[in-house]
Each structure stands twice: as structure tokens, then as C-alpha cells.
Design a binder for this molecule. Structure first.
Ligand code: KPL
Length: 319
């Protein structure tokens, strides 16, 4: 198990020259940092002048329930970086990247791990010549305390190119990420995979935040039962209008309910953000569906209603 390794042996394939930088020290960023080799992985500070230490220390509970102490560097330079993982919240991504991108080698692949959709397109539109890839992951991680990460369940991570200059780079990215021991695969149709995850998040996350409940508990709630069919209809209409392979509303509802059951004891990322006083990703999940639907002349009142209610919740948490 590679967790907490403090040194990794150079191999014949030249991996000693690989340096992975992680932008975003939330649950997912810390999860990847814990599994990747300690001596070639570090975090990128948003503002190096405010750092109180050169190292970031935290505890990780792995998926078998074992505890590890993790120590990783804050990186002071980025010139030798061979891979950048961006694990910021969707709404912070463009601003965070803008602060550091001039220090990153032009050829360095940038892998975006954001939930939902919208932030990936913002990055690809702003830096079209950079090799930008997107990741879709089912690794489940949460951060119950600032210095503690729980790897709740093992999953898979799919990687695919977003910009022209990233085409053909998946293999090198996968090779570097596979040193974590986590399951990483290439995906030529990454947008479809991101859409699949978006649909599941749109059908689970806002309900858990509004009802302040765990994923499995939404299935019996009247809020979910009253709106899920119309929500899935809106998703199916938009997926078709985007020219992606169609899914029936019934298929989408089955997917949502299956994931809610399989993760029934989990706190969703949106409920976790709300509980932790952080901005939620609603604008990139149901808000994205409502926005794109409007742009394409489709109605999405349920996605809009859920977006409004989550936003109201955040501005008036006592209601
Ligand atoms: O991805 C998730 C999230 O919380 O954002 C689900 C699938 C809902 C699991 O908690």
C-alpha cells in the first residue's frame, strides 16, 4: 500500500523525473496526495506568502479503516511539474488556475477533477492551447475535520482529453496516476461520463442538502418522490438536445436510486459543503442543467427550483 511512503525508488522508465502538483487541498486532493509517492507529489499554495509551514500534515483513514499520518510538501516552484491535478471546488477552478498557470510548463497536462459541468468548459475556453483533460471519479472521500480525510469507498477514475493538445496524453497521465495504486482508466468519451455523473449528482445532492439527510434517506422523502420523475425528464431532454447518446427518464431514475442505495450512509458533497459553511456546487449541477436547458429553449423548472432552494438554504441556513 503506497500510503505515507516517504521515498520512492526511481525506476528504469524515468519516473524519477515525474513531479505531480495538486491544486486544491480538499478531500479529493488530499486523497490523491496520500496515495501518490510522497517525494514526487506536493500541493500548490494559492498564496505562498501566507504559508505557515512548508508541509501539510493530516490523517487519512483508508478504505479498510486503517489510519495513516500523511505529510506532503507545499511546492514553492512549479517549473519541473509533469502533471497538475486540479481538485478545487468547481466555482473556484478558473480563479485558482489563473493564479498559477503562468508558472506551469506549457506542456504540463492539467487534469480537472471538478464535480458537475461548466467549470471544465470554462477552463478549456480560457486556455484552449493548454493540454487540459477531465477526470470523472467514483472514489469516495470526505473531510469530517480540517485535518482528517476519510476514504469512504474505493472506486474508479476515468481520464479523457478536453482540449486538442491533450489528445494522446491520457496514457502518460494514467501512468503517473497509477503510481497511487488507485484504479485509473482512459475514456475517449469523457463528456458522456461527466454527464452520467452529473445526472446522478443532480438527482441526489440537492435533496440531501435541503432535507439535511444522508444519501439513502432521500428515497422515502416526499420531496424526492414528488419531483424525481420530472427531474429525470428534464435531464433526458437536455441530454438528447446536447446530441449525446439518449437515456430514458426511467433509466436515469434507476441510476440515481441505485447510487443513493449503494451510498446510503454517505453524506453527499453538497450536504458536506453546506454543513461545513462552504459554497456548494449547485451552479455546476442542477444550476448547470437549468442554464443549459434555457440556452437550448427547454424548460427545466424542477432543476431551477432545486437550485433556488439550495441557494436560499445557504443564504438563510435556519429555514
Ligand atoms: O458524488 C456524490 C457526491 O456526494 O457528490 C454522490 C454520488 C452523491 C455520493 O455521495
Amino acid at each position: 500500500m503506497p500510503i505515507s511512503r516517504t521515498s520512492s525508488k526511481p525506476s528504469q522508465s524515468g519516473v524519477e523525473d515525474e513531479n505531480i502538483a495538486i491544486l486544491g487541498a480538499g478531500a479529493l486532493g488530499r486523497l490523491w496526495a496520500a496515495y501518490l509517492p510522497a517525494d514526487t507529489t506536493g500541493f500548490v499554495p494559492r498564496n505562498a506568502t501566507t504559508l505557515s509551514s512548508f508541509r501539510l500534515n493530516y490523517r487519512l483513514q483508508d478504505s479498510d479503516g486503517r489510519e495513516h499520518t500523511i505529510v506532503r510538501r507545499w511546492l514553492t516552484g512549479l517549473s519541473g511539474t509533469t502533471l497538475l491535478l486540479v481538485t478545487t471546488k468547481a466555482g473556484d477552478t478558473v480563479d485558482a488556475l489563473a493564479e498559477i498557470i503562468d508558472r506551469l510548463p506549457e506542456s504540463c497536462p492539467i487534469v480537472l477533477f471538478q464535480n458537475g459541468l461548466g467549470s471544465q468548459q470554462e477552463v478549456a475556453d480560457r486556455w484552449p492551447r493548454r493540454p487540459v483533460l477531465a477526470a470523472s471519479t467514483t472514489e469516495a472521500a470526505n473531510r469530517p475535520a480540517p485535518d482528517r480525510v476519510v476514504h469512504a469507498a474505493r472506486g474508479h477514475t476515468w481520464i479523457g482529453a478536453l482540449t486538442g493538445n491533450a489528445v494522446g496524453l491520457s496514457a502518460t497521465v494514467i501512468r503517473q496516476l497509477s503510481r497511487s495504486g488507485l484504479e485509473v482508466r482512459g475514456e475517449e468519451r469523457i463528456l458522456e461520463r461527466l454527464w452520467g455523473k452529473l445526472a446522478v449528482n443532480a438527482g441526489i445532492n440537492p435533496f440531501t442538502a435541503i432535507l439535511d439527510c444522508r444519501n439513502g434517506d432521500i428515497l422515502e422523502s416526499s420531496l424526492f418522490l414528488d419531483h424525481i420523475d420530472a427531474l429525470c425528464e428534464e435531464l433526458a431532454n437536455l441530454i438528447r438536445a446536447e446530441g449525446l447518446p439518449p437515456h430514458s427518464p426511467e433509466e436515469l431514475r434507476d441510476d440515481i436510486e441505485r447510487v443513493a442505495r449503494n451510498t446510503s450512509a454517505n453524506t453527499s458533497s453538497m450536504r458536506g459543503d453546506f454543513q461545513g459553511g462552504r459554497a456548494t456546487e449547485i451552479d455546476y449541477i442542477n444550476g448547470y442543467v437549468a442554464r443549459r436547458s434555457r440556452e437550448l429553449g427547454l424548460a427545466a423548472p424542477v432543476n431551477q427550483m432545486l437550485t433556488d432552494r439550495v441557494k436560499q438554504l445557504v443564504s438563510h441556513p435556519s429555514h
